[in-house]
Each structure stands twice: as C-alpha cells, then as structure tokens.
Design a protein around this ligand. Structure first.
Ligand code: BDR
Ligand code: CA
Length: 313
C-alpha cells in the first residue's frame, strides 16, 4: 500500500485527485493538508472538510498556510473565473461542516506523520509548496524520512499559465517551491508540459456519472465551471492537472521523465519560472553543481492516465 499525504488547495481539479486517491485500491490516504491557492485558506480547508465528509473519506484534514513562505512577498490572488468564488465551482456547500480539522497546523501534521511512518509516506502536493517548505524548515531531517514527493506544478519546456514563464502553483509561492525542489529528498515534478495534454472531455465525465455514484455526481457538478473556463482553451473538457500527479504514484510507466537539478526563479519578469539543468549537461562550475538531481515529467500517455482515473472512480 502507498501511504499518501495529499497537500491541496481544493480547487476543482484538486477534488478529482482527492477522490481518486481515496478510492484507488493501492493507495492509503492517511492525511489531507490544505494550503491557500485556488481560494483563501479558510475556504480550501472548509472545502477539504466538506468533500472528505461528503465522500466518507476517513483521512484527517489539517489546515495549512494562508500566506506565502516569505510573508513579505504577499500578493495572493484568487482565480475565481476558474474555481469559482468558493473554490469548488460555486456549487452550494453548507456554511458549517460538522467534521473538524486536526488541531495541528499542516506542516506539523506532515512532520509527525512522516516521523511515525519513516520512509513510507509519499507527499503529493498540488497547491503552493508552502506547507512542505515550512515542514522542512521546522524539521530538516524529514527529507531523509519521506519516501517520495510528487508535485503538480511548474512549466519547463512550455509556457506557464499565469505568465509566459510561470505556472500557478509555483508562481503563488516561488520561495517555497525553491526550498522544496532543492531539498535532498526525491522530487518528481508533473508540470504543464504534461498536464495540459491531459484533457477529460465533458462527455467522458458524463459517462462516468452514468455509474449512478453520488460521489462522482458531486464531482461532476463541481467541475462544470472549470469545464466552462477551459472551453476555447483546450476544447470541450477539463485539464486534470492534479490527478496527473496522483496517477504518477501508481503508474509512473505512463510518463517520460528527465533527471536533473531544479531551481525556481524568485524575482523579476520570470518570477516563478522552473528551470532544470539536465544531468550530464556540461556547464562551467556553478551553484547548480551541488544540488540534488530531481525528476521532471516530459511526456505522458494522456488516454491511459484518463483511463486509470476512470477505473478508480
Ligand atoms: C494548478 O493550479 C491550480 O489552479 C490547479 O488546482 C492546479 O493545481 C494548475 O496550474
Ligand atoms: Ca491544485
């Protein structure tokens, strides 16, 4: 069984990934940690509590960061046109959810859970990297105790989606992302290079709803605004960014990858850009030389990834 902590900002594509992780038979979802991003932290946490309650997901939810790793950066913005004003497509959700968040902040929940399960936990992070950076800052030794870190974020050989250079999850907290990418733990980055190729059409989703399962129906209701946003950008369907990272855990064979150190640009016109120096490329000695080699997805089999999602849901 793959033990997973899902670090997320639900978020419509986050909701699909959450349901996938909860339902996949080879995955043991042992925690959900929230972060600001698609909506403010109060809303992403409320959404995580609501969805885990509605979908009967036992994993505890811990509330995470509401602002950037370096508070001086500031400047958060909410992508209401993509995820709605409430973060989950403006589908009506109860004001109050009976499920309560864990008493610990997300970074402490991550530290405690990793220490209790040494070398067994995969962190799948699909929002700003703030909680992971805070966990590393508070307890650097966890880098040696985590099994793997899988990130949805970045744009390496393609344009970004919030600027020509930067993808949203990285652009929203570049300093945190740079801490996470350069730490000595095994990181796999699933960026726009591959997620933008992975489009679930509205017909495909509608077919899944025909199963009659209420959890899939709720997911479909939440997804309609997101599908509307992507119309004209990718055709009729939704880009399942966050689910791609979740699928990598169980089906890495569906991805092509490249090894090399990663840095994140933290200022200027390319703020939030992710850059990889492929292993074996010769450059004059530089600060890149002592960084850990990480893994970046450069190719994907989109139809197979969609089928893995469909099968679990
Ligand atoms: C990422 O940004 C968020 O809007 C999505 O949930 C996804 O994690 C895509 O750039
Ligand atoms: Ca997300």
């Amino acid at each position: 069984m793959n033990k997973v902590i899902f670090d997320t900002d639900p978020g419509i594509d986050d909701a699909m990934a959450l349901l996938f992780l909860a339902r996949h038979p080879q995955i043991d979802l042992i925690g959900v940690t929230t972060v600001f991003g698609n909506a403010p932290i109060e809303l992403t946490t409320r959404n995580a509590l609501y969805l885990t309650e509605a979908w009967d997901i036992a994993a505890p939810v811990a509330k995470g960061a509401g602002e950037t790793f370096d508070p001086a950066r500031g400047g958060s913005y909410w992508p209401t046109a993509i995820h709605g004003h409430n973060g989950i497509g403006d589908v009506a959700v109860p004001e109050a959810v009976s499920r309560q968040a864990d008493l610990r902040p997300a970074y402490q929940f991550i530290i405690d859970t990793v220490r209790a399960n040494p070398k067994e936990v995969t962190l799948i992070a699909v929002g700003r990297m703030t909680n992971l950076a805070l966990a590393l800052k508070a307890d650097p030794e966890i880098a040696q105790l985590v099994k793997q870190v899988i990130i949805m974020g970045g744009a390496f050989d393609v344009n970004g989606n919030v600027s020509p250079a930067a993808e949203a999850n990285i652009h929203g907290d570049p300093e945190a992302a740079d801490v996470v990418m350069t730490a000595n733990w095994p990181v796999v980055v699933i960026g726009l290079d591959v997620t933008m190729k992975t489009v679930m059409t509205s017909g495909y989703l509608a077919k899944m709803v025909e199963s009659g399962r209420p959890d899939v129906k709720l997911l479909s209701d939440i997804s309609q605004l997101y599908i509307e946003f992507y119309k004209g950008r990718v055709g009729d369907g939704m880009v399942v960014h966050d689910s791609c990272a979740a699928v990598y855990l169980v089906r890495p064979d569906l991805f092509e990858t490249r090894a090399g150190a990663i840095r994140v640009v933290c200022s200027g016109i390319a703020d939030g850009q992710t850059i990889q120096k492929p292993d074996g490329r010769g450059f004059p000695p530089s600060a890149w030389d002592n960084l850990p080699s990480q893994t970046v997805a450069t190719g994907i089999k989109p139809d197979s990834v969609l089928e893995v999602i469909r099968a679990a849901l």
